[in-house]
Design a protein around this ligand. Structure first.
Ligand code: GSH
Length: 257
């Protein structure tokens, strides 16, 4: 036993020492693009899975797209067959693995297979903001949009809440775009792909008045003019949005403070 400790303990301490070039190793590991496995995107037209189609079109990477045109129920059945435990769009077959969560899927594809594309360099001033908007899209914007929509459908508010509501959540993005052309900062990035869907949906369901957000409207027109967005739209929502949500009447939104 004592003999073991004599040999094992120095090894343990050695393993805990930072190696001289660990940072350099980490950077070089991140920067080498590995071959992309076959990708199949299980999709619902004009829903979040379009983010992955758009990403692949921006990157020029091959993918197979699965959905039943004009039939969300049948498309969802296809998703249930491969992902019965969590049947959501996007569900992505990545080789023989099933991936979910659009932000995570984008991170996996970029960091493994296109490490120098669609995200600012890690030490650039844009990088923290790129990360913030990557997460704001689902963590703040989509969640606030969904809760306010459902609650205001049931009971329209009589005044603005002192708590954060969707109006303030969108205003924060509007203010950022007053100072930066893209959510990734100076250049188009995956953060724009993440933000586009919940921003468009927020306008569609009328939880805010889109006319109050000129910077967002201008940004939206600019990113939608990108050839990769146009290709995505042509293949993944050829007839627009089937079964669109019912917009709130203007009277269901809270009056201005
Ligand atoms: N946070 C997830 C949300 C996925 C999600 O809820 N997708 C919707 C489509 S936009 C869906 O599949 N809904 C079908 C359902 O809830 O049954 C992501 O970003 O991937």
């Amino acid at each position: 036993m004592r003999v073991c400790a004599i040999f094992v303990l120095p090894l343990f301490f050695l393993a805990c020492q930072p190696s001289g070039n660990s940072d350099a190793d980490a950077v070089s590991v991140n920067r080498v693009a590995t071959p992309l496995p076959p990708i199949t995107i299980y999709h619902l037209e004009a829903r979040r899975s379009e983010r992955i189609v758009w990403l692949m079109e921006e990157l020029g990477f091959p993918y197979e797209l699965k959905f039943v045109r004009g039939n969300l129920g049948a498309s969802l059945m296809q998703i249930r067959e491969v992902n019965p435990g969590n049947p959501v769009a996007p569900t992505v077959m990545y080789g023989d693995e099933i991936l979910v969560e659009s932000g995570a899927i984008i991170d996996v594809i970029l960091n493994r297979h296109a490490p120098d594309r669609l995200q600012p360099e890690i030490n650039s001033p844009d990088y923290p903001w790129h990360q913030i908007w990557m997460h704001y899209a689902e963590g703040s914007l989509a969640s606030r949009m969904g809760t306010d929509y459902r609650v205001w459908q049931l009971q329209p508010p009589e005044q603005r809440s002192p708590l954060r509501d969707i109006q303030g959540t969108v205003q924060y993005a509007e203010d950022f775009l007053g100072k930066h052309p893209y959510f990734g900062g100076t250049e188009f990035s995956a953060a724009d792909i993440m933000m586009h869907f919940p921003m468009g949906y927020t306008f569609l369901i009328n939880v805010v008045d889109r006319n109050q957000f000129p910077n967002i409207n201008e940004w939206m027109a600019r990113v939608e003019a990108r050839p990769a967005y146009q290709r995505m739209a042509a293949v993944s929502k050829p007839d627009g949005m089937p079964s669109p949500p019912v917009p709130l009447p203007d009277s269901a939104r809270p009056p201005a403070r």
